[in-house]
Design a protein around this ligand. Structure first.
Ligand SMILES: [Zn+2]
Length: 121
């Protein structure tokens, strides 16, 4: 189970549990995910989660963990952490979808939260 922080088109934030990211997308596409506050079906994942898992079994996080914002260095830094060349910590930053996919294929534990097919530049 994965807990996503979601945000509706009216700016309401809420949390919901899904079996997987694919589950979330399937339910959203079928318009079965609605805002708890206003019922809006325009629901997106809010950008807030750390992008690299820390050591240990995954467990629900009660509070926002401390994360390092590495910005556009994210793909490089995620690889360094994975390779043990940088301190193991949660980082957040921007990566293009292709870069993030490449990381996943290399076995880097990247959390696909908040990916958007748009450039931030
Ligand atoms: Zn709402």
């Amino acid at each position: 189970m994965i807990k996503f922080n979601l945000k509706c088109s009216n700016g309401h934030g809420f949390e919901s549990w899904f079996g997987s990211n694919a589950d979330f997308e399937k339910l959203r596409d079928k318009r079965l995910v609605s805002c708890v506050a206003c019922g809006s079906l325009e629901v997106e994942k809010a950008i807030m989660s750390p992008q690299v898992c820390l050591d240990g079994p995954s467990k629900p996080l009660r509070e926002k963990p401390k994360v390092d914002d590495v910005g556009h260095n994210f793909p490089a830094e995620a690889r360094r952490i994975h390779a043990g060349e940088a301190p193991n910590r949660a980082i957040i930053g921007q990566a293009k979808i292709e870069e993030a996919r490449a990381l996943v294929e290399e076995g880097v534990p990247v959390f696909p939260v908040g990916w958007k097919p748009k450039q931030v530049n």
